[in-house]
Design a protein around this ligand. Structure first.
Ligand SMILES: [Zn+2]
Ligand SMILES: [Zn+2]
Length: 304
C-alpha cells in the first residue's frame, strides 16, 4: 500500500519532467532538417496510436495480421502514452460513459486539467483495467501485446536512446523530446478540445465536436463528433475534404492486402448528416436571422 500511495507523486513528476524536456530544442542548433525529423517522429507515432490503439484495438474498424498488429502497436507504444491494451481499454470506457459519470476524461465531468492530464498522469484508479473489458478480453491472449503493455516505457526509451546515438542532443531534442510532448497534447486534445470546441454534425448524446486543427495534429482524429456517431468506421473524416491521414494509411494497407474487412460509414449515417444540414438551413436564428442547430430534434445514440 505504501508504494501505491507514493506512486501518483512519482508518476506526475515523471510526466512534468518529460514535458520540460521539450525545452531542450532551445539549447541545440536549429536546421530545417530538424523540422522534418520532428514531423516524421510526430506523425509516424500519431498514426501508430490512431490506427492501432484507437481504430483497431478499441473499435475493430478493420482486420490485420498478427505481425502487422504488433508493428503498429509497437509504434504506438513508442509515443509514450502507456500500452495498447491500457489505452484502448480506457477508450472503450470513454465511449460507454461519454461526458457522464464514469467517463475517465470528460472536461464536463471533471474539469479541463483532470481530463487533459490528471487522469493520465496521476490517478491510480486508472492503473489497471478490468479483465472483462472487451480489449483485455480479446487481445490479452497475445503475449507480445501483454509485453508491450507491461513494459510500455521500453519502446519510447529505446527510441530516445536511438535518437541520441544517431545525432546526439540535437536529434534527441527534435526527434524525441519535442514530438513526444506535442503528440501527447495532440492526443489529449481529442479528449478535451474536441468535447468543448468545434462543430456538431450529429446530435449525439455527448458533447463531441469536429475540429479541423486537432485533426491535423492527431492524424485525423479531430472529426470526433463523426466518430462518436459511428465508432466502427475506419475513417473519422467522413468526407474527402476532412483530412484523415490514418484512414489513407488503412486504405493503402487494404490495397496491399495488409488490412481487410475495412468498415465503411453506412449510407444511413450520410443521410442523417444531410438531414441535419437541411434542418440547420431551415431553422431560423432569432438573433441573426441565419440558420442554427439549436432546435434540431433527434439526438442520436452512438453506434459501435
Ligand atoms: Zn470522445
Ligand atoms: Zn473512439
Amino acid at each position: 500500500m505504501h508504494t501505491r500511495s507514493f506512486w501518483p507523486a512519482v508518476s506526475v513528476s515523471i510526466f512534468w519532467f518529460v514535458q520540460a524536456t521539450a525545452l531542450t530544442i532551445l539549447f541545440v542548433p536549429f536546421t530545417w532538417s530538424m523540422l522534418l525529423l520532428w514531423a516524421v517522429m510526430h506523425f509516424a507515432r500519431a498514426v501508430g496510436l490512431t490506427l492501432a490503439f484507437h481504430r483497431y484495438f478499441a473499435h475493430r474498424a478493420f482486420k490485420m495480421h498478427r505481425a502487422t498488429q504488433f508493428f503498429w502497436a509497437l509504434l504506438g507504444t513508442a509515443a509514450m502514452q502507456k500500452g495498447p491494451l491500457w489505452w484502448a481499454g480506457h477508450h472503450i470506457t470513454h465511449h460507454k460513459y461519454a461526458d457522464r459519470d464514469g467517463d475517465p476524461h470528460s472536461p464536463h465531468v471533471s474539469g479541463f486539467y483532470y481530463a487533459h492530464i490528471g487522469w493520465f498522469a496521476h490517478d491510480v484508479r486508472h492503473s489497471k483495467i478490468e479483465p472483462t473489458n472487451p480489449v483485455i478480453r480479446d487481445f490479452s491472449k497475445y503475449p507480445e501485446l501483454r509485453f508491450l503493455d507491461d513494459h510500455y516505457w521500453l519502446p519510447p526509451l529505446t527510441l530516445a536512446a536511438l535518437m541520441y546515438a544517431i545525432g546526439g542532443l540535437q536529434w534527441l531534442a527534435w526527434g524525441f523530446c519535442l514530438p513526444t510532448v506535442a503528440l501527447a497534447h495532440s492526443t489529449f486534445a481529442i479528449n478535451t478540445i474536441n468535447h468543448l470546441f468545434g462543430s456538431r454534425r450529429f446530435h449525439t448524446l455527448d458533447e463531441s465536436r469536429n475540429n479541423w486543427w486537432t485533426a491535423v495534429f492527431a492524424a485525423g482524429e479531430g472529426w470526433h463528433n463523426n466518430h462518436h456517431r459511428y465508432q466502427r468506421a475506419a475513417r473519422n473524416g467522413f468526407y474527402w475534404w476532412e483530412f484523415d491521414p490514418t484512414y489513407y494509411v488503412i486504405r493503402v494497407m487494404g490495397w496491399l492486402g495488409l488490412a481487410w474487412d475495412i468498415q465503411a460509414v453506412p449510407e444511413r449515417i450520410y443521410r442523417e448528416a444531410l438531414q441535419h444540414q437541411h434542418a440547420i438551413a431551415r431553422t431560423p436564428d432569432p438573433e441573426s436571422g441565419s440558420g442554427t442547430d439549436a432546435n434540431v430534434p433527434g439526438a442520436s445514440y452512438s453506434e459501435t
